[in-house]
Design a protein around this ligand. Sequence first.
Ligand SMILES: NC(=O)C1=CN([C@@H]2O[C@H](COP(=O)(O)OP(=O)(O)OC[C@H]3O[C@@H](n4cnc5c(N)ncnc54)[C@H](OP(=O)(O)O)[C@@H]3O)[C@@H](O)[C@H]2O)C=CC1
Ligand SMILES: CC(C)=CCC[C@@H](C)[C@H]1CC=C2C3=C(CC[C@@]21C)[C@@]1(C)CC[C@H](O)C(C)(C)[C@@H]1CC3
Length: 446
Amino acid sequence: MVAANGQGKLATAASAPDIIDKQARTHGYDFAGPFGAAAVSIVAPSVAYLLYFGCNEHGCPPTRLSWSQYVDQVIPTWNELFSLEVLGYVVAYILGLAFLNVTIPVQEKLGVRLKTGERLSYRLTSLETFVPLIGALAFGTYNYGWEWSLWTWIWDHYLHLLTAAQIVSFALACFIYIASFRSSKPLLAAGGNSGNHIYDWFIGRELNPRIGRLDIKEFCELGPGMMGWAILNAAFAAHQYQTIGRITDSMILINIFQFWYVFDSFYNEPAVLTTMDIVSDGFGYMLTFGDLTWVPFTYSLQGRFLAMYPVDLGVLGVAGVLLVQGIGYYIFRSANNQKNAFRTNPDDPKLRHLKYIETKSGRRLLISGWWGLSRHTNYLGDWIMGWAWCLPTGFGTWVTYFYVGYFAVLLINRERRDDGHCRVKYGADWDRYTSIVKSRIIPGIY
Ligand SMILES: NC(=O)C1=CN([C@@H]2O[C@H](COP(=O)(O)OP(=O)(O)OC[C@H]3O[C@@H](n4cnc5c(N)ncnc54)[C@H](OP(=O)(O)O)[C@@H]3O)[C@@H](O)[C@H]2O)C=CC1
Ligand SMILES: CC(C)=CCC[C@@H](C)[C@H]1CC=C2C3=C(CC[C@@]21C)[C@@]1(C)CC[C@H](O)C(C)(C)[C@@H]1CC3
C-alpha cells in the first residue's frame, strides 16, 4: 500500500520497520573527525582562491613577478574580491533554477528506501532546465558573437562570482544545519549526528533537507554548480576568441569533454539517486561547497588556463587526447550502466552472463564484468577521463594537473567511505565479496 503525504514522500506501510530511531547517534568519524573536517573546511575554500591567484595573467604559477610585485599587483582590494550586486545575481540564478525545479512538469522518480520504510519522490529536472538555458546562451552567442557582453561580464567578474559562490555555500550549510534541529525531528544521516557541531555541520546532519517539493541536496548536486561549470567554460572560450581571434583545438576539446560530462550526468540523473551522496551522506558544508563552489570553479581551471595561455595540439595531439577520453568514458559509462541495470532489474536476460553472490540482505553483488575487475572500475574510468581534461593544457605548467591529483584523493577517500558503508550493509557477505574481488580501484594494482 502506498500513501503520499503531499511533500513528495511516499510511505509503504507494509515494509516500514516497527521502531526506527530517526535521529540515531553517529558512531565513528570519517575525515579524521572534527579536526579533519575543520581543516578541510578551511583548506578547500582557500585552494579555490589559490588556484585563481596562483594561475592568472601573471603566470601559472605566477613566477614572472617578484613577491613584492605580486603583492602589489595581484592581492585584491575588498571591492575586487566581493560585489554585492554579483552576489545578488548568483542568488537569483540559484533561486531561478530552484523555482524551475519545483514548477516544471516532470515525472517524479522514487529514491531508494529509507530506514523509515519510506521512499522519497524526486523531481529530476536538470536536463529540462539545462537544455533551454544552453539554447538561450547559444542564441545570444549566435546573435552577438563571442564578444557578447555576457561572456565578457563573466570573465571580468570571475573573482566576484567565486566569492559569491563561497558565501552561498557557507550560508546554505549553516541554514540547513540549524534547520535540522527543528522540532519535527527530521531523519538524520547515519554519519552526521556525532554531536560535534563542526563535524556534523561539515558532513551534513540532515539526510534529505527539503523545502516543499524541492529536495535541496539533489538539486544542488546536479543543478547550479554543474551548469555553472559548463557556462564558465564557454565564457573562457569567448575570452580566448576575444584575445587571439580564434578558439584553439585544445579549448574546443576541453569544452566538449566537460560539457559532455555535465550533459551525461543530467541525462543519467536517475542514477544519482543511488549514489552515496544521496543515499547515505547528509547535506552539509562538504556538499554545499563541493557542489556550488568547488565543481564550477576548480573543475574549470583548464579552460581558464587556456583562455590566457592558448595551446594548439595539432592533429596528433587531438587524436591522442581523444583516445584517452574515449577509453576513460567507455570504462566510466559501461561500469556505471552495468551496475544501474543490475540494480534496476537483476534478472534482466541481458545480464545473464554476469556472476554474482547472494547476500543475507537479499541484494546481490556482482563478481564478474566491470565489477569483478575491481570494486570501483567506474572510478578508474572517471580518473582516466580527468587526464584527457588536463593533457590539452600541454606540459608547460603543473598547475592545470591539479584536477587529476585532487581527484585521485577524492576517489580513494570515497572508495574507503563506501567500503565502510557496505561493510555495515552487508556484514560478512562484504568480506566474502572483497575476498573474491580484491582490487579496490585499479585491477591488480590498487
Ligand atoms: N567528478 C566527480 O567529482 C565525481 C564523480 N563521481 C562519479 O560518480 C559515479 C558514481 O559514484 P559513487 O556513487 O561514488 O559510487 P558507485 O557508483 O561506485 O556505487 C557504489 C555502490 O554500488 C553498490 N555496489 C558496490 N559493489 C557492487 C557490486 N559488486 N555489485 C553491485 N552493486 C555494487 C553499493 O551500493 P548498493 O549495494 O547499496 O547498491 C555501493 O555502495 C562514479 O562513476 C564516480 O566516478 C563520484 C564522485 C565525484
Ligand atoms: C574539496 C571538497 C570538500 C570536495 C567535496 C567533494 C565534491 C566536489 C564531490 C562530492 C560528490 C560529488 C559528486 C559529483 C561532483 C563532485 C562532488 C560534488 C557528481 C555530481 C559529478 C557527476 C557524476 O555523474 C555524479 C552525478 C554521479 C556525481 C555525484 C557526486
